[in-house]
Design a protein around this ligand. Structure first.
Ligand code: SAM
Length: 281
């Protein structure tokens, strides 16, 4: 395959049967495969009998490797980007490479497949019409609580990635900041020890506290009561969010825009007007 194209290829999040036929075919056809961890990906590629030049592309070499990958693309080569598991660019390296390729009019082709967030959401039984995927919460408690506060009035289900050794701390903060919501910890999805721990956040904390949680986890949080005020008039939504006092005007506007179905810039202008309104104090 010699047309300059960047393929963004999803790989399994555990179960190798989740590799798609298309992913196998394209990985076998490209000129170069850029992988987050070449040793890790080699096992996957060997399993599917794929033998292609491999190069690394991870968080700390993105700039220099990104330029080399772009050079290969400029020379008309086809490149596939894969990460250790799931969909590249989703809490994984890649978006800068995609952005730069797009800026140079290099075709970018997504090859969909597994993604832990979507896999967990699909089996959660929580509302899926609106959801927010927020990646990994900050590891420090203070920042994590601020992060959760910013999500407290978002509509829909919240989806987070977390490492197993921070799971309990994060669940405790969820309980503290977001209150007693329904929570699901989806663990080891598609693997032998797959399980979904469901219940109120207090129940899930009790269950998780019984032993050591191993493996990979996704946390899903049901919408809170305050987030269910769909189509709330803009001014009312802004007043309510601003009364919280902990959310920045920018975030207030962002959330109010979603709730009230207006543009972010309109919500921001209105938030500034209300903030500076002398009658409001
Ligand atoms: N790009 C990947 C995707 O599309 O899902 C995510 C990569 S991110 C670095 C890794 C995190 O995804 C893990 O810490 C965990 O939160 C989640 N994850 C990945 N595989 C998982 C699995 N099999 N079960 C549960 N969570 C998983």
């Amino acid at each position: 395959m010699t047309t300059a194209t960047l393929y963004i290829i999803a790989t399994p999040i555990g179960n190798l049967e989740d590799m798609t036929y298309r992913a196998v075919r394209i990985l076998g056809e490209v000129d170069l495969i850029a992988a987050e961890d070449t040793r890790h990906s080699l096992k996957l590629l060997n399993h599917f009998g794929i033998s292609k030049p491999l190069t690394s592309y991870f968080d700390h070499n993105q700039q220099i490797k990104g330029e080399r990958i772009l050079n290969a693309l400029r020379q008309g080569k086809s490149v596939a980007l894969i990460s250790d598991a799931g969909t590249p660019c989703v809490s994984d390296p890649g978006y800068q490479l995609v952005r730069d390729a797009v800026a140079e009019n290099i075709p970018v082709v997504p090859v969909p497949g597994a993604c832990a967030a979507i896999t967990a959401l699909s089996a959660s039984g929580l509302p899926t019409d609106t959801f927010t995927f927020a990646g990994f919460p900050p590891s420090r408690q203070g920042k994590r609580r601020t992060f959760l506060t910013g999500m407290s009035t978002l509509p829909g289900t919240l989806v987070l990635y977390e490492s197993p050794h921070r799971l309990l701390e994060t669940l405790n903060d969820i309980c503290e900041v977001l209150g007693e919501r329904q929570v699901i910890v989806a663990r080891e999805l598609t693997k032998v020890y797959e399980e979904c721990i469901r219940g109120t956040v207090t129940e899930v904390i009790a269950s998780v506290s019984k032993g050591i949680v191993r493996g990979e986890v996704v946390i899903l949080i049901a919408p809170g009561e305050t987030t269910l005020q769909e189509n709330e008039p803009l001014e009312k939504a802004l007043e309510r969010l601003m009364a919280d006092g902990t959310i920045s005007i920018k975030d207030v506007a962002k959330q109010a825009a979603v709730i009230s179905g207006v543009s972010r810039s309109d919500a921001y202008q209105e938030a500034l007007r209300l903030k500076n309104d002398p009658d409001r104090a």
